[in-house]
Ligand binder design. Structure first.
Ligand code: BTN
Length: 326
C-alpha cells in the first residue's frame, strides 16, 4: 500500500484527504497513518494538515523499492520490480530469479553492485548512490537465433529514455553502446538460457552512468555521465521508468516481425557511426570502410573501398572510429 499511496500523492501534487486514502485502499485511518509514518521514516517529506490531508513534498531524489513501484506505470516491463541496496550483479540475480519462475517483464534493480559485469569478461564499475543498474527478464516466443537483436532493441529504448528524461541526444554506437556527445554513457549485457532449442529466458542488463562522477585513465576520453552532459540533476527512478516505457513500445514493434525491419530507420537515425569511416576489428583481419546502417538482422553494413559491402555480425567483431572510440 505504501507504493500506491506514494503514487497517488505524487500524481495529485496537492493534499489528499485521509478519508479518500482509506476509501481507495479499503483500510482504516490508522492503517493509512501508519503507512505514511513508514514512508516518512524512509525519508519522504509528507506534510499532514488537519482537514486537508497529506501532501508529498518532493525535494530529494529517492531510489528504492517503494519509489520504483509507485512510479512504474508501464503495462508489463518492470513488473514486478525487485530492488536491492547492494547486490553482486543484477544480471546474476535476474538469472536466478528467472530459473525460479520470475516472469516476462520482471526487473531487478540495484543501487550498487559488488561484482558488476561488462561485456568480454570485463568488470563494470558500480558505485552506490549515483548510477542506474538494472536487468530485465524476458521470456519471448522467439527463435533463439533472433535473440541477439533484443540488445539493440534495448539500446533504442535507453536512448529514447535518456532523451525523454533529460533532453540529451543519446545515440547508439553499434551494436549497443549508448553515447552522448561522443562518449559512452551506458553499456548493455544480454545473456540467454536455452532449453531444448527454445529460449528459456533472456536477461538484458543495463548500466547507465547517471550522477556526476569523474572517470580515470583511458575512460576519461571515452566515458561520460548524464548529469555531467546535461548540467542538471537526473532522477534515476524517472529515467528507469522512461526506459521501461520506451522498451515496451520498441519491443512490441520488434516482435511483430521478429527482426529489425520495422525499426531499422529509427535505429539508423540513432546510429552515431552512420556515414563515418570505421575500423572493423575482425579476428580474420582488420579492415576499414564506411558504416552505412544496419540490415534487418542488426548487422552493420560497412562499405569497403572497393565498393563491396560487408555485413558485420556483433558477436565476432568490434568496430572503432578511425580516430578513437566513435
Ligand atoms: C558493457 O560492457 O558495455 C556492458 C555493461 C553492462 C553493465 C550492466 S550494470 C547492470 C547489469 N549487471 C551487470 O553485472 N552488468 C549489467
Amino acid at each position: 500500500m505504501k507504493s500506491e499511496i506514494l503514487s497517488l500523492l505524487r500524481k495529485r501534487q496537492d493534499y489528499v484527504s485521509g478519508q479518500e486514502l482509506c476509501e481507495r485502499f479499503g483500510v482504516s485511518r490508522t492503517a493509512v497513518w501508519k503507512a505514511v509514518g513508514q514512508l516518512k521514516r524512509e525519508g519522504y517529506r509528507i506534510e499532514a494538515v488537519q482537514n486537508r490531508g497529506y501532501l508529498l513534498v518532493e525535494e530529494q531524489e529517492f531510489f528504492g523499492q517503494n519509489e520504483l513501484e509507485s512510479r512504474m506505470d508501464t503495462a508489463w516491463a518492470g513488473h514486478p520490480v525487485s530492488y536491492y541496496d547492494e547486490i553482486g550483479s543484477t544480471n546474476q540475480q535476474a538469472k536466478l530469479d528467472a530459473e525460479h519462475g520470475a516472469g516476462h517483464g520482471a526487473l531487478v534493480v540495484a543501487d550498487m553492485q559488488t561484482a558488476g559485469r561488462g561485456r568480454r569478461g570485463r568488470a563494470w564499475s558500480s558505485p552506490p548512490g549515483t548510477n542506474v543498474y538494472f536487468t530485465l527478464i524476458l521470456k519471448p516466443q522467439l527463435d533463439p537465433d533472433k535473440a541477439s537483436m533484443l540488445t539493440p532493441v534495448m539500446g533504442m529504448a535507453v536512448a529514447e529514455g535518456i532523451r525523454r528524461t533529460c533532453g540529451l541526444e543519446a545515440r547508439i554506437k553499434w551494436p549497443n553502446d549508448i553515447v552522448v556527445n561522443g562518449k559512452k554513457v551506458c553499456g548493455i549485457l544480454a545473456e540467454m538460457s536455452l532449453e531444448q532449442g527454445y529460449i528459456h529466458y533472456l536477461v538484458i542488463g543495463v548500466g547507465i552512468n547517471t550522477g556526476l562522477q569523474k572517470f580515470a585513465g583511458e575512460l576519461e576520453e571515452t566515458a561520460c555521465c548524464l548529469e555531467g552532459e546535461c548540467g542538471k540533476k537526473v532522477s534515476r527512478a524517472e529515467l528507469l521508468v522512461n526506459v521501461m516505457h520506451a522498451f515496451e513500445e520498441v519491443y512490441e514493434r520488434f516482435m511483430e516481425s521478429g527482426n529489425l525491419s520495422g525499426l531499422r530507420e529509427r535505429y539508423d537515425r540513432l546510429l552515431v557511426n552512420k556515414g563515418r569511416e570505421v575500423r572493423v576489428l575482425d579476428p580474420r583481419g582488420e579492415y576499414r570502410g564506411v558504416a552505412q546502417g544496419v540490415n534487418d538482422l542488426g548487422e552493420l553494413l560497412v562499405e569497403k573501398a572497393d565498393g563491396s559491402v560487408a555485413a558485420v555480425y556483433a558477436g565476432e567483431v568490434s568496430v572503432r572510429g578511425i580516430y578513437g572510440y566513435v
